[in-house]
Design a protein around this ligand. Structure first.
Ligand code: B1M
Length: 213
C-alpha cells in the first residue's frame, strides 16, 4: 500500500521518475492496473485539480503533475492494452478545438485499445474540419470527443452540426465525455452517447459498434 501513498505524493509533487518507479513496483507486487490508476494516479490528480481551483497551486505545478501522470500511464499502457485482440472497430478520438487537456482522452484511448478497438488519436485542439476529413479518409465507426473546459464543450455541438452538413451524421456514432460533460448535454447536442469515464467509454463504444452491425 506504500506504493500507492508514494504515487499520490510523487504525482502531486510532479516527480515523474518517482511515479514511474512506484507504479512499476505496485504492479510487480500484484496490484492491478486499475487499482494503481484509481487509488493512486486519479486520486492524486483530483487533489491537484482541487488545489488549482483554490489557487493553492498554479499552471506550472499542474503541468509537472500532468507530466508525472503521463509517465505513470506509460508504464500502465502495456498492461491495459492487449494488442493480440482482433479489431472490434475503428474509433476516431480527439480533444476538441481550443482544449489542450489530453490525459483523460489518452486514458480513454488506452482502454479502447485494450477493449480491442483500433484507435486513431488525433490529439488535442482538433478542428471540426479535421475530424470530418479524417472520418472520410478512415471511415471510422465511432467519433469520440473529449472536452475538459466548459468553454470548449460547445465545440462538440459544432462538430456534430458539421457532420450533419456534410451528410455524415448517420454514418458514424458520436460519443462524448470529459469532466464538465453530462448525459443531458449529450442528449441536448444529439450525440449518440455520453461516457463518464474511460471504462464506460469502452462499453458505450461496444454498444455503438454493435448497433451499426
Ligand atoms: Co486545466 N482545467 N486548464 N490544465 N486542468 C481543469 C479542467 C479545471 C477543472 C481545473 C479547475 O479549475 N479545478 C479547469 C476547468 C474549469 C472549467 O472549465 N469548468 C481548468 C482550467 C481553467 C484550465 C486553464 C484555462 C487554466 C489557465 O490557463 N488559466 C488552461 C486551459 C488550457 C486549454 O485547454 N486551452 C488549463 C491548462 C491545464 C494544463 C495544460 C496545465 C493541464 C493539462 C495537461 C494535459 O492534459 N496534458 C491541466 C490539468 C492537468 C487540469 C486538471 C488539474 C486535471 C485534468 C486531468 O488530466 N485529470 C483539471 C482539474 C480536474 O479535472 N480535476 C483541470 C485526470 C484525467 C484522467 O481525468 O481528464 O477528467 P479527466 O478524464 C476522465 C473523464 O473526464 C473521462 O474519462 C477520464 C477518466 O477515466 N473522459 C472521457 C475524458 N474524456 C473523455 C472522453 C470520452 C469519455 C470519457 O468519450 C469520448
Amino acid at each position: 500500500m506504500d506504493y500507492i501513498i508514494n504515487i499520490v505524493e510523487d504525482l502531486q509533487a510532479g516527480n515523474a521518475e518517482g511515479v514511474k518507479t512506484n507504479v512499476e513496483q505496485a504492479l510487480e507486487s500484484g496490484m492491478s492496473a486499475d487499482e494503481v490508476l484509481q487509488q493512486g494516479m486519479m486520486k492524486a490528480m483530483a487533489v491537484v485539480g482541487e488545489k488549482f481551483k483554490k489557487d493553492e497551486i498554479f499552471v506550472p505545478e499542474v503541468l509537472v503533475a500532468a507530466r508525472a501522470m503521463k509517465r505513470g500511464m506509460k508504464v500502465l499502457k502495456p498492461v491495459l492494452v492487449d494488442d493480440k485482440v482482433e479489431s472490434q472497430g475503428t474509433v476516431l478520438l480527439g480533444t476538441v478545438k481550443g482544449d489542450l487537456h489530453d490525459i483523460g482522452k489518452n486514458l480513454v484511448g488506452m482502454m479502447l485499445e485494450g477493449g480491442g478497438f483500433e484507435v486513431i488519436d488525433m490529439g488535442v485542439d482538433v478542428e471540426a474540419a479535421e475530424f470530418v476529413a479524417k472520418l472520410k479518409e478512415e471511415q471510422a465507426d465511432v467519433l469520440a470527443m473529449s472536452a475538459l473546459l466548459t468553454t470548449t464543450m460547445p465545440e462538440m455541438k459544432n462538430v456534430i452540426d458539421v457532420l450533419k452538413e456534410e451528410g455524415l451524421r448517420d454514418k458514424v456514432k458520436v460519443i462524448i465525455g470529459g469532466a464538465p460533460v453530462t448525459c443531458d448535454y449529450a442528449d441536448q447536442i444529439e450525440a449518440d452517447a455520453y461516457a463518464k469515464d474511460a471504462a464506460s467509454a469502452v462499453d458505450k463504444v461496444k454498444e455503438a459498434v454493435t448497433s451499426l452491425k
